[in-house]
Design a protein around this ligand. Structure first.
Ligand code: CS2
Ligand code: MN
Length: 360
């Protein structure tokens, strides 16, 4: 297992690489060229400059999250081949600088969706919150306005104002895209890119849908055990795999994260560990990583990874915003709770390592 940290880039993240360096056992930076829109070319010089900065600080650059997939690919338009060619060009360029895993998602229109970015918790911290009735009761534009307004002027992957300015057009374009159609379009995309991934040794790791149910009548195809099974089987290759995000999948009580982590063990190239507390009305809130603060048994998930000798990448995903940092941090990506999360993961893993060595 290699612990990583998601970093948004020099002029785009208040947390510096030297700050991250002080968090024990963080080996790699999960990075991206965050200013790139889906479908834009990633220039070699820009990639190299970013990689140099990260490597000079003593971190690996093995994981990129995300290279976003253009909507035309998800919709299945004739123009998709053009955008797939650009995607392939990016894969090749990233392989050249040593990237091993690319995390991406296939969610129509939106990436993760919440109704409140800074929900006040009883302990004085605040976190991302999803109020089900609010999403079901309003139109998508209201949610977009709410999220973009509450974002602390930070860019948020999947929530690009430029793209979402044409919301109605986007929704119209997805009108005939059923769940089956979206699955076929993912298969088409993978059939084209995976042979190149095999050639250059890059693993694709799809991120599950967040939340794991359809919203605003848009289909979602990476939200259950069966969906993940379809994805890994539709193109059978050691380069076609998964990011298992415990908080995304775990917002639904139907997803058993321990079973998923175990059954897909050979296909998981990236783990996002976070915890959520589910309420009976369908709402959920993001909690600390501690297993009994939320509904996901993170200890059992870690045990499963340990038993299976997990050797790929892991990162603490979203945390709460602590000690006043909500005034400036990117929603879910403050420093403190993610650092506490890393230490929690270190603590569990070290305990498992030590006790398995002792019984040998
Ligand atoms: C991330 C996702 O912040 C998050 O919830 O885990 O936004 C993730 O980066 C994308 O879905 C991957 O494409
Ligand atoms: Mn995640």
């Amino acid at each position: 297992m290699q612990i990583t940290w998601r970093w948004y880039g020099s002029n785009n993240d208040d947390i510096t690489l030297s700050t991250i360096k002080q968090i024990p056992n963080v080996k790699g930076i999960v990075w991206s060229l965050h200013h790139k829109q889906a479908g834009e070319i990633w220039e070699e010089q820009e990639i190299e400059a970013e990689v140099k900065k990260i490597k000079d600080s003593g971190f690996s650059v093995d994981v990129v999250e995300s290279v976003n997939v253009h909507d035309d690919i998800k919709i299945g338009l004739a123009s998709r081949d053009h955008y797939i060619d650009i995607y392939i060009d990016t894969i090749r360029k990233l392989a050249k600088v040593g990237v091993k895993v690319i995390c991406y998602n296939f969610m129509p229109v939106f990436d993760w969706t919440r109704t409140d970015l800074y929900h006040q918790n009883d302990d004085g911290s605040n976190s991302l919150y999803y109020e089900k009735s609010l999403v079901e009761g309003v139109d998508a534009q209201t949610i977009v306005d709410r999220i973009l307004k509450g974002a602390n002027d930070k860019t948020m992957p999947g929530w690009e104002p430029e793209r979402l300015a044409k919301l109605q057009e986007l929704f119209d374009a997805y009108k005939d895209v059923t769940e089956t159609k979206l699955q076929e379009n993912l298969k088409y995309f993978l059939e084209r890119i995976i042979p190149i991934c095999e050639e250059v040794d890059v693993k694709m790791a799809i991120h599950p849908d967040d939340p794991p149910w359809p919203i605003f009548n848009l289909p979602r195809i990476a939200r259950s055990y069966e969906h993940l099974k379809y994805i890994v089987e539709c193109v059978d290759s050691p380069c076609n795999g998964l990011t298992v995000c415990t908080g995304s999948l775990g917002a639904s009580g139907k997803n058993d994260l321990v079973t998923i982590t175990n059954d897909f063990k050979d296909k998981i190239f990236f783990m996002h560990i976070r915890n959520v507390k589910r309420f009976s009305n369908g709402d959920f809130v993001e909690t600390s990583h501690k297993y009994d603060d939320g509904d996901i048994d993170i200890i059992e998930v870690m045990k499963t990874l340990h038993n299976n000798k997990y050797k790929y990448y892991i990162r603490a995903d979203h945390g709460r915003h602590l000690w006043g940092e909500e005034k400036k941090c990117r929603p879910g990506y403050g420093l403190y709770d993610r650092a506490l999360g890393v230490m929690y993961l270190n603590g569990i893993w070290d305990t498992l390592e030590k006790s398995s060595n002792e019984t040998k």
